[in-house]
Design a protein around this ligand. Structure first.
Ligand SMILES: Nc1ncnc2c1ncn2[C@@H]1O[C@H](COP(=O)(O)OP(=O)(O)OP(=O)(O)O)[C@@H](O)[C@H]1O
Ligand SMILES: [Mg+2]
Length: 278
């Protein structure tokens, strides 16, 4: 059965996030420099994990020649079965895995050997699949923690995040652990945005939330991308995520199985049959 409910909601839909005063983080600046020659390798995506192989510690390779990339202001989505290596690919791109072969480049710069902290300083932010908030801290304290690397005033960015997620403003003094699943994910995304990243990496941001809340989260993610921030995300809700994806990656056993635009993957009979439930 085809699901057309997302047809008007792609990242190219201009109806959302047009107001630059609602831009998050360094977004306004990012937009201005959007077409500046930041790419070291001609035509290369802004962030690329290029032909990565590697695994955990001294263990066997989990990733095999795996390539994941995202352009500026675009949404790239990684889908695939459980255990396919989606989270592992994200960790590799963020510097949490021993990449034995291949490279990670950001804006043309080789960052393969940088620590995760150094990557944050370069403009990358990562929301992991689990334990992505401080449950005993208030919503606002979580946001402040997200900005702890910054030396400047955080208040402006906090207000931008409250504009993006108004419910967080209402609950700013409540312990984050008391919030609903969808609200906790908003806290996690908000915390990541506190560093004013150029690239936002999300591992299953809609895990365990209702379809309506998922829809809303996707809308906010689209809004963030519109401000010029690149989004690289893993999603279990493959069909809905590909609807908003500029680029999609189907991973199987640590390797690229299909790579195309979100729309093309949705239209591919083989992808539909094997990965999207027909
Ligand atoms: N910390 C770890 N140490 C050793 N092996 C791990 C570790 N984390 C994951 N793995 C292994 O790596 C493989 C890929 O796991 P990964 O978590 O990347 O899959 P995934 O596609 O994110 O799955 P899911 O959809 O369940 O989140 C699995 O075989 C898993 O057992
Ligand atoms: Mg995972």
């Amino acid at each position: 059965m085809s699901n057309n409910s997302y047809d008007a909601r792609g990242n190219k839909d201009a109806s959302l996030g047009k107001d630059p005063t609602r831009a998050v983080g360094g977004a306004i600046e990012t937009q201005k420099t959007k077409h500046a020659p930041t790419k070291g390798v001609a035509g290369e995506p802004y962030l690329i994990g290029d032909a990565m192989s590697g695994g955990y510690g001294q263990g066997p390779d989990i990733l095999h020649d795996c390539t994941i990339a995202v352009n500026e202001g675009e949404i790239a989505v990684i889908v695939g079965p459980n255990g396919a290596g989606k989270s592992t690919a994200m960790k590799a791109v963020f510097g949490m895995l021993n990449v034995r072969q291949g490279a990670v480049r950001l804006g043309g710069e080789d960052i393969t050997n940088l620590t995760p902290q150094a990557r944050v300083a370069k403009g990358m932010a990562f929301v992991p699949q689990t334990s992505n908030i401080f449950t005993s801290m208030s919503v606002e304290e979580n946001l402040e923690m997200g900005g702890f690397l910054r030396r400047d005033d955080l208040q402006g960015t906090i207000e931008q995040i409250y504009d993006l997620f108004p419910i967080l403003k209402e609950k700013r003094n409540q312990a984050a652990g008391e919030l609903s699943g969808g609200q906790r994910q908003q806290v996690a995304v908000g915390r990541a945005l506190m560093t004013q990243p150029k690239v936002l990496m999300l591992d299953e941001p809609t895990a365990g939330v209702s379809p309506i809340v998922m829809d809303e989260l996707f809308d906010r993610i689209i809004e963030v991308a519109r401000t010029g921030i690149s989004i690289l995300m893993v999603e279990q809700n493959a069909r809905q995520a590909l609807e908003i994806a500029d680029k999609g990656y189907v991973l199987v056993q640590g390797a690229n199985r299909f790579t195309d635009t979100g729309q093309a993957l949705l239209n591919d009979p083989e992808v539909r049959k094997s990965f999207l439930g027909g």
